[in-house]
Design a protein around this ligand. Sequence first.
Ligand SMILES: Nc1nc2c(ncn2[C@@H]2O[C@H](COP(=O)(O)OP(=O)(O)O)[C@@H](O)[C@H]2O)c(=O)[nH]1
Ligand SMILES: [Mg+2]
Length: 180
Amino acid sequence: MPITLKIPFIGDFGSGKTTLAFKFASTPSRFSTQITALNSTSGRYLVKHLKINDTEIIFQLWDTESQERFGTVSNDYFQNASFIVLVFDVTKRQSFENVREWAHQIKQTNPHAQIHLIGNKIDSERDVLIQNGQELARELNMVYHECSAITGEGVEDIFEGIGMTAVQREEENKKKKSCL
Ligand SMILES: Nc1nc2c(ncn2[C@@H]2O[C@H](COP(=O)(O)OP(=O)(O)O)[C@@H](O)[C@H]2O)c(=O)[nH]1
Ligand SMILES: [Mg+2]
């Protein structure tokens, strides 16, 4: 059975969410890939299939359609997501400062999702050190990654990491069920 993962992307306007989603969706990986763009009633998402340990993962990469410009997104945006991608721009300190506010908003509607904090644009001159990103992620209980959505560096690792965690959770759930 394939695992379907709804993955909402959030973070400041201009941090590179749309570029990152398209980069991951459109880059051929060492796993099988199929790209589809879909519209749903509450937003638009891209679909990408990956195979990890013989399990097919269907990533639904949800984009905000620029609602984040106004500081909030619709209430249902984070719902039913086990993983959330929170992007900031390592060249813009303010986008890093705003991570706490985005984390707060996520927690209000989905306190249990695992948040992956992404420092994007590592191809450009930094305004935020990798240590700063790591420390904040540790403090807020997030998983930290850095990438360039333009060059593709680090992009696959983010989603492979999410996919592996999802597969492990599925296997643990199966074990629990078989013990009952
Ligand atoms: N140098 C560089 N520019 C990027 C990167 N990712 C996105 N951008 C640029 O940043 C701008 C905003 O990106 P976009 O994906 O629209 O951000 P969004 O508002 O978060 O969806 C665009 O001009 C992108 O080309 C990156 O990794 N490196
Ligand atoms: Mg965008």
